[in-house]
Design a protein around this ligand. Structure first.
Ligand SMILES: Nc1ncnc2c1ncn2[C@@H]1O[C@H](COP(=O)(O)OP(=O)(O)OP(=O)(O)O)[C@@H](O)[C@H]1O
Ligand SMILES: [Cu+]
Length: 876
């Protein structure tokens, strides 16, 4: 890469804060950007391609289920039953088709989510700031960078000053300072040359931890530094979720049981029943197929992926599919205040000096007494800020002071002390007419500014009373102070040696600025819904306790006025904090590490915690929460990447909508699992019992394959689209330990299926006794079983109502499933060679009547169970 040192080494002058204004910059034209995009390709790192058709086929073929199918097919071939063998092998194709279709559906859902969560970049084009997809960034684009952004491509910093976390490339987690390298006027403009100094270079995929700046892109995609070392960021594979692990364990355990029972049946049929070995092997394989709940992992994958897609329809992006699972179990929702409960539309509402108060509402003018305060609030704020609060101060100051001698838009600060965890105040240092003297402007949390001013106790208390009164009106209050500093005159061309901390200056307190930030209109209703759903809401804010309390009251977050502060939290040990937290919903003046500790502690206490956050510092807590939630519009890239969910339109009500969806998905997984367990029972009974009783084989492998590989999965899909239960958001969250694979919830399914099996076996023995042929008997039992499977679907959709109640419900898949089943039965009965292959014979009207009676008895059994089931369990 070209690296002529065309840039002057960073001189002392450039190390002062540079303007972050984008005024005067044009960027590329859209036409030029499009041309370069076409010529140089999209800004994408070599990522992981979607699963190919053949990968899916290979995966399907290595499943135990298919190995069994192949073995069964070969045995049929050896037995000389070529049509059975062909049928089974043809079946493999059908099932591969279904599996591929389902995988495609799942992947499309996941891909559309990935597109939504693809990185974006703010660029200057045609002189305007535009947000574009990260993949559309081209060489020469001007990136507008803010704190928390992930840099889209390798670039040279042109304006501003940044701190960047390059740990991704260097492993070094200490942020690196970056300084601007102004463009050379004589530079040939097409072949953007690179400066030599690292200090000007920004690398793709690294993160801005502080500052604002504009950078010119010099390399994109595979040509960037990360692209060249092949760091594959996208390829981090999600570890299996708790449910997936549980389901795998279950399938493994049942697989072992299936193997044992099948072996037992083979031996039984061969030695004891005196059947030929191959035939016994076939019945054994059929039994193993009947037992193996292979559709459970499929259900999980499909339901969760489609669930994530459905949640995206509600403008909530799922970044980790496992979060969908946790959503339904959320017990605590920890929300930040600014921007989540409030609109983050700040406006200065009140001013106060130690002597006087002023309100913006209805004001005609700003009295002279407040000019100094406003002037220093302005001086303590960047001219072109990112923070809405600082924007509000800028527009307020310009509105009232323009035309007076108090506006200094052209003054450049010589140095800046940033807001930090230790001191919630920021100071900007300006030159004064006397070269040895410097002027300081500070703003920050009132208590921090009071601290910096070293005031006597009486004055402190007076200011604290003023702060309290303003905060209780729901305002965010800032203190403002002025300072002077005389440093030893610096050597020529050098900057003075600035003191290490803001505490090393002397400040004079000027007054308070209070900003209003109206609550979001949708919040009160959403909070009420959370409360009805048994989800506790806790506020975690960095703001003043009184402001937190006032906003909480305005939006109806909590009745309890108690507030715990970060300082108090630090003083408490875990046990004491846990006890305290049972009575407090409001946590104020929190630092990021406090949020992290609260989240960890709540989780340790068994809560399932969702947490909102948007800042760079919120990332650890977002990661630690069960469901971290970031704001799509306002949040930083870093917060978005740490979060499991992203609210695309920043609306708080979306969180509740997502919880609702999560609960619905959770319910539906339970319903489907119960259904799968129920369905397997009669199939197992009909496969096993005839051997034990030395009856002629009732269900042949072809029947079991048909039931297991076609009917049962098709029916399971219905549950994915099941609408939510009526009381979904009026019942408490399920216990986190309450798994859909626990014995208790599945017992009902097992009972449903077993009863059906018993009824069908009784029917069969009656049919045999009354002289029906084996084929006719089989036909009646098989048809009843297929219809019984549909009955099980209806019965498990909604336990609160009888099976037939749901028929009128708008589940689109129900009608489709019924259609497929009808076609299937018609084909099996109506196509002669199929009928013969399956050992069936038309049973005539009497046979149909018997099937109807059996079916009615099954329905009676299901309703009896529904009625007997323990009513205290409120779950699906
Ligand atoms: N730009 C700033 N200049 C001066 N003080 C600031 C600035 N930003 C924040 N502060 C002070 O730091 C405090 C904490 O801010 P922080 O951003 O951590 O939390 P927050 O935005 O108030 O709360 P939330 O967590 O609800 O979003 C503020 O209440 C304010 O007093
Ligand atoms: Cu099955």
């Amino acid at each position: 890469m070209p690296s002529a040192p065309i840039c002057p080494p960073p001189s002392a002058e450039t190390s002062t804060a540079a303007p972050s204004s984008s005024v005067g910059l044009q960027g590329l034209s859209s036409a030029e950007a499009a041309r370069r995009l076409a010529a140089e390709g999209p800004n994408l790192l070599p990522g992981n391609a979607p699963k190919s058709f053949w990968t899916i086929v290979r995966e399907v073929l290595t499943e135990p289920m298919f190995l069994m199918l192949l073995v069964a097919g070969s045995i049929y071939l050896m037995l000389g039953d070529r049509s059975e063998a062909l049928f089974l092998l043809g079946f493999v194709c059908v099932v591969i088709g279904i599996t591929v279709a389902q995988e495609r559906r799942t992947q499309r859902a996941l891909e559309s989510l990935r597109d939504l969560s693809a990185p974006r970049a703010l660029v200057l084009r045609d002189g305007q700031e535009q947000r574009i997809a990260g993949r559309d960034v081209v060489r020469g684009d001007l990136l507008v960078l803010h704190e928390g952004d992930r840099i889209a491509a390798d670039a040279v910093l042109r304006q501003g000053q940044l701190e960047v976390d390059e740990s991704l490339l260097t492993g070094e987690s200490v942020p690196v300072a970056k300084l601007p390298c102004p463009p050379q006027s004589a530079r040939s403009n097409d072949d953007a040359p690179l400066p030599d100094e690292e200090v000007h270079l920004l690398y793709a995929s690294t993160v801005v931890t502080r500052g604002v700046g504009i950078a010119e892109v010099c390399a994109t995609g595979a040509r960037s530094a990360v692209g060249r070392i092949g760091a594959d960021l996208a390829a981090t594979v999600e570890p299996p979720s708790a449910l997936q692990q549980a389901s795998r364990a279950l399938v493994r355990r049942l697989g072992a049981i299936a193997g044992l029972l099948a072996a037992f049946q083979v031996l039984l049929g061969w030695w004891w029943g005196g059947r030929p070995l191959l035939e016994s092997l076939l019945t054994g394989i059929a039994l193993a197929m009947a037992i193996l709940p292979e559709e459970i992992p499929v259900i999980l994958t499909v339901f969760l992926a489609l669930g994530a897609w459905r949640i995206a329809q509600q403008k909530v992006l799922t970044r980790r599919v496992a979060a969908v699972e946790a959503l339904g179990a959320i017990t605590v929702l920890a929300v930040d205040k600014t921007g989540t409960l409030t609109l983050n539309r700040m406006a200065v509402a009140e001013l106060a000096t130690p002597q006087a108060q002023w309100r913006a509402e209805g004001a005609q003018n700003l009295p002279e007494a407040f000019h100094l305060l406003t002037e220093f609030a302005l001086l303590a704020t960047p001219l072109d800020p990112f923070d809405p609060m600082e924007k509000a101060i800028q527009s307020f100051g310009h509105r009232w002071l323009t035309g007076t001698e108090h506006v200094h838009d052209d003054a450049q600060p010589e140095f800046e002390y940033a807001l930090s965890g230790e001191i919630l105040a920021m100071t900007r240092v300006y030159a004064s007419s006397n070269p040895a003297q410097h002027l300081l402007a500070t703003k920050g949390a009132p208590e921090a500014v009071i601290d910096l001013c070293h005031l006597p106790a009486a004055q402190r208390e007076a200011i604290q009373r003023q702060t309290q009164a303003m905060a209780e009106r729901g305002l965010r209050v800032l203190g403002v102070a002025r300072g002077r500093w005389t440093g030893a005159p610096p050597a020529a061309g050098r900057t003075p040696l600035w003191p290490a901390s803001q505490h090393d200056f002397d400040f004079e307190f000027l007054g308070l600025v209070a900003l209003a930030d109206p609550p979001r209109p949708e919040v009160p209703a959403a909070l009420a819904e959370c409360r009805a759903a048994g989800v506790r809401v806790i506020m975690m804010t960095g703001d003043h306790p009184a402001t937190a309390r006032a906003i909480a009251r305005q939006v109806g977050l909590s009745e309890r006025p108690d507030v715990i502060t970060g300082a108090e939290i630090e003083a408490l040990d875990d046990a004491a904090l846990r006890a305290r937290l049972q009575h407090v919903d409001l946590c104020a003046r929190l630092k990021p590490q406090h949020k992290l500790r609260l989240v960890q502690m709540l989780r340790a206490a068994g809560e399932v915690v969702a947490m909102t956050g948007d800042g760079v510092n919120d990332a650890p807590a977002l990661k630690a929460a069960d469901v971290g939630i970031a704001m799509g519009e306002r949040g930083t890239d870093v917060a978005r990447e740490a979060a499991a969910l992203v609210l695309l339109d920043d609306s708080f009500a979306r969180i509740v909508a997502a919880i609702r969806q999560g609960r619905r998905i959770d319910d539906n997984i339970r319903k489907a699992t119960r259904f799968v367990f129920a369905v397997h029972m009669p199939i197992i009974a009909l496969a096993l019992v005839p051997t034990l009783l030395r009856w002629p084989a009732l269900l042949l492998p072809v029947h079991i394959v048909l039931l297991e590989l076609l009917i049962d999965p098709i029916c399971s899909v219905v549950f994915e689209a099941e609408p939510e239960d009526e009381d979904l958001m009026r019942r408490p969250p399920r216990a986190a330990s309450d798994s859909p694979f626990a014995a208790a919830p599945l017992l009902l399914g097992v009972a449903q299926g077993l009863g059906m099996g018993v009824l069908l076996l009784a029917g069969q023995s009656w049919l045999v006794a009354s002289g029906w042929s084996a084929e006719q008997g089989r036909t009646i039992i098989f048809c009843t079983l297929v219809l019984g499977v549909m009955l099980l679907v209806l019965a498990n959709r909604d336990l609160a109502h009888p099976a037939w109640h749901g028929l009128a419900d708008p589940n689109p898949w129900l009608a489709r499933m019924a259609g497929v089943m009808a076609l299937l039965l018609l084909a099996v009965l109506g196509v002669p060679w199929l009928r013969e292959l399956m050992g069936l014979a038309l049973p005539g009207t009497p046979g149909a009547l018997i099937a109807a009676v059996l079916l009615a008895l099954c329905l009676l059994w299901l309703e009896l169970l529904r009625w007997l089931r323990p009513k205290s369990r409120r779950h699906a």
